[in-house]
Design a protein around this ligand. Structure first.
Ligand code: PMP
Ligand code: GLN
Length: 387
């Protein structure tokens, strides 16, 4: 048979996370590649999920999500950001942020429309845009004063007559950048001027460090009405396997996304929804402790990577630290990452795979620090072999 996969999906192959996690398993390496915690979320929340299953919450929940979770999401947006979303018409529960992103792009983009993305970008963005038959327009984040940021002129130049939406991820995976209010103002100004929809991926909203504040784009003037705000329980509560996310958006945008979501998954798994509703109300102190613990882990891994000879960039949020491998005598991060199991028994992610212009990320490699201290320490010990 000829290649059965449609042309627009052929560039995607297997995700880098699946590839690198398999490499870690096959070689017995420490996996600092795929970003998932190696400890559990809050115990009472886990208990709620068990109770939900035992209590019979095992049939299709309502399409938009169980009312308790929609109400908890609405209250959480209000408490944290002062944003009001009607749980009946402006909140939609999704199968993780991944489904939310895909459904949002599929809902608002006609074939041939353009979507602006900041590269390096999370891998599902490219695929979601391709599924819609839309076209991505990358704006490159470059290192300036120790953090990745963009040139507003480059953002403005990326807008054309077919631009429909901007996909904004802050805190940003894989760079660890948390966009400042000034950076968000630049993005908002472009959205308002050209009447663009903003799709914001805020899955790391609670995982910022050094008192850096996460500012949702929807809180800026003129933005709530044009923003599809996406989040997920996976990162906030260390349950990446629960795949429970949500969008908040004005009624017409929520309806549009739900129209698509209905036919992707119809509805999202029921038992987790009650547990996440509980966590949004009762476990934000746990999240605060987790964030402090993650900051210490970030510092631990950064210090270790420096002693191993990497140039290390300081992330203001997320699970990830970016390194420049050139001081170690390497210059291709992909080649380096594929050899790292053999060189040091560690797995990391070659950042270049998140770029359209791969050469711009050629020498960066991403390490995850959402791991037990002893795992980080062992990885650091092994990485000393590189020097
Ligand atoms: N967006 C970003 C930036 C991510 O890092 C991830 C994965 N962790 C997701 C979306 C996907 O989230 P979920 O697992 O809730 O689908
Ligand atoms: N978001 C996680 C990361 O960036 C991985 C998610 C996945 O495996 N698709 O590592």
């Amino acid at each position: 048979m000829e290649e059965p996969l449609v042309g627009r999906m052929r560039e995607f192959g297997t995700t880098v996370f699946a590839t690198m996690t398999k490499l870690a398993v096959d070689t017995g390496s420490i996996n600092l590649g795929q970003g998932f915690p190696d400890t559990d979320g809050p115990a009472r929340m886990l208990e709620r999920a068990v109770e939900a299953i035992k209590g019979g919450l095992n049939q299709y929940p309502p399409g938009p999500g169980v009312p308790e979770l929609r109400q908890a999401v609405s209250d959480h947006r209000k408490d944290w950001y002062g944003l009001s979303y009607d749980p009946g018409t402006e909140v939609l529960v999704t199968v993780g942020a991944t489904e939310a992103i895909a459904a949002a792009v599929l809902a608002v983009c006609e074939a041939g429309d353009e979507v602006i993305v900041f590269e390096p970008f999370y891998d599902s963005y490219g695929a979601a845009v391709a599924l819609a038959g839309a076209v991505r327009r990358p704006v490159t984040l470059r290192v300036d004063a120790g953090r990745f940021t963009f040139d507003p002129a480059e953002l403005a130049a990326a807008v054309g007559p077919r631009t429909r939406a901007v996909l904004v991820n802050s805190p940003h995976n894989p760079t660890g950048t948390v966009f400042t209010r000034a950076e968000l103002e630049e993005i908002a100004a472009v959205c308002r001027e050209h009447d663009l929809i903003a799709i914001t991926d805020e899955v790391y909203e609670h995982l910022t460090f050094d008192d850096v504040e996460h500012v949702p784009l929807a809180t800026l003037p003129g933005m709530r009405e044009r923003t599809i705000m996406i989040s997920s329980a996976g990162k906030s509560f260390s349950v990446t396997g629960w795949k429970t996310g949500w969008i908040c958006a004005p009624p017409s945008l929520t309806r549009a996304v739900q129209t698509v979501k209905q036919f992707l998954t119809f509805t999202s798994s029921a038992p987790w929804q009650l547990a996440v509703a509980f966590a949004l109300r009762e476990e934000m102190e746990w999240v605060a402790a987790q964030r402090a613990a993650l900051q210490a882990k970030r510092d631990r891994l950064m210090a270790g990577l420096r002693t191993a000879g990497f140039e290390v960039l300081r992330p203001a949020g997320t699970y990830f630290v970016q390194t420049d491998i050139r001081p170690l005598g390497f210059d291709d991060g992909l080649e380096f990452a594929m050899r790292l199991p053999e060189l040091a028994g560690v797995v990391a992610i070659p950042t270049q795979v998140f770029y359209d212009r791969r050469e711009r990320g050629r020498h960066f490699v991403r390490f995850a620090f959402c791991k037990k201290d002893e795992v980080i320490d062992e990885a650091v010990t092994r990485l000393q072999r590189l020097g």
